[in-house]
Ligand binder design. Structure first.
Ligand code: HAM
Length: 360
């Protein structure tokens, strides 16, 4: 029968993950659980929405995410809520709220699930996308930063993903970054007319945003800007060296990229990104860094922390293995209607014995 209804369509920028691809996602998630548990990580499950302020105060009011990409709504009680655009803010909120700082030792947590950003959809960029993330609380030892990067590369290695590049930088700390911000803001003010409207607006409040602005004018202007590298304090330099050394020792190919700044404001010191040449414009498969002051900002005790998140859609597009859907071991067909109750009962028994049974 022909329907005159228009077929229902999904919302722009979201995807359906059909069974064959879902099988690949399951393998990827299982591999993450296996590899991460070898490094002592435990799973945390965080809500899909939070009070809006959780994201605003951590990701930063002048970040693209907060300024233009959040799915924010007012609930029936008049409270402003937001679909999570990333996981770190929620994990920090959960860490503080559940007094996880009282637990013994360093806390290592991972999470998986959908995130929501109202970005302009394009290849590799979605409005609902999925991350696997990992966060470590309670140590500023740079060896942990290195170990986290090694864990991420072990995970990619277990999935046989090749040709990845790891870029590393230090974003400075509350001691040295203000001096750099001032120098950068001074430079940008002198070149105001070549900046895009967004960056002109942000020069006072967040000049570092101009460093990863995609507009051509900003890109060419910031190529002549002062470099944060020259402003790092002694302890930031030592910390960066402490991250680099174990990675060099393990022959993990990293590139020091002084131009690497992240799109979220909570970072200090270590920042890193893993990119692939096979992904086109949206080439970052994973990104992360230290956020040593965020737990305190959320009302917890001073607690250094670091983490990363990887994008499932981008990762899955790099995998070579097609997904395998489960095929039945046994197929039952009732040729006569009287046999219907027999195959129902037989199917039930065989499944209890562990067979995958399908039926006509
Ligand atoms: P992020 O760099 O915003 O960092 O996102 C991490 C990864 O999520 C990206 O490298 C990319 O693979 C994927 N991703 C981001 N946006 C999209 C999108 N619109 N469509 C598809 N994939 C996307 C964070 O989210 C931080 N929370 C990472 C972190 C954890 N830092 C410390 N701990």
């Amino acid at each position: 029968m022909k329907s005159n209804q228009e077929p229902a369509r999904r919302v722009k920028g979201v995807r359906d993950i059909l069974p064959e691809e879902a099988a690949v996602w399951r393998d990827v998630e299982q591999t993450a659980r296996k590899v991460f548990s070898l490094y002592g990580f435990q799973e945390i499950r965080i809500p899909i929405f939070e009070k809006t302020e959780v994201f605003v105060r951590s990701i930063g009011e002048t970040s693209d995410i907060v300024e233009k990409e959040m799915y924010t709504f007012t609930d029936r009680g008049g409270e402003s809520l937001t679909l999570r655009p990333e996981g770190t803010a929620s994990v920090v909120r959960a860490y503080v709220e559940n007094r996880m700082d009282n637990l013994a030792g360093v806390q290592k947590l991972y999470y998986t699930g959908p995130m929501f950003r109202a970005e302009r959809p394009q290849a590799g960029r979605f409005r609902q996308f999925h991350q696997i993330g990992a966060e470590v609380f309670g140590t500023e030892n740079p060896a942990i930063d290195a170990e986290l990067i090694v864990m991420l590369m072990d995970f990619f290695g277990a999935l046989e993903v090749e040709g990845l590049k790891v870029s590393l930088n230090s974003l400075g700390c509350p001691q040295c970054r203000p001096m750099y911000r001032e120098a950068l803001a001074g430079f940008l003010k002198k070149n105001m007319e070549s900046l895009c409207a967004d960056c002109q607006r942000r020069v006072e409040r967040n000049p570092m945003r101009a460093l990863d602005c995609k507009s051509a004018g900003c890109k060419s202007t910031v190529s002549g800007a002062p470099s944060l590298e020259n402003y790092l304090c002694q302890s930031c330099r030592e910390s960066l060296d402490g991250v680099k050394k174990p990675l060099f020792d393990l022959k993990i190919p990293i590139v020091i990229d002084p131009g690497l700044v992240r799109g979220l404001d909570y970072y200090s010191r270590t920042a890193f990104e893993v990119t692939s040449g096979q992904l086109g414009a949206q080439n970052a498969v994973a990104g992360g860094g230290r956020y040593d002051t965020l737990v305190e900002q959320f009302g917890g005790p001073p607690t250094p922390a670091i983490g990363f998140a990887l994008g499932m859609e981008r990762l899955v597009s790099l995998l070579k293995q097609p997904g395998k859907v489960t095929a039945p071991d046994i197929y039952l067909i009732a040729i006569q209607p009287e046999a219907e109750s027999r195959i129902f009962e037989l199917g039930h028994r065989l499944r209890a014995e562990g067979y995958c049974v399908d039926r006509g």
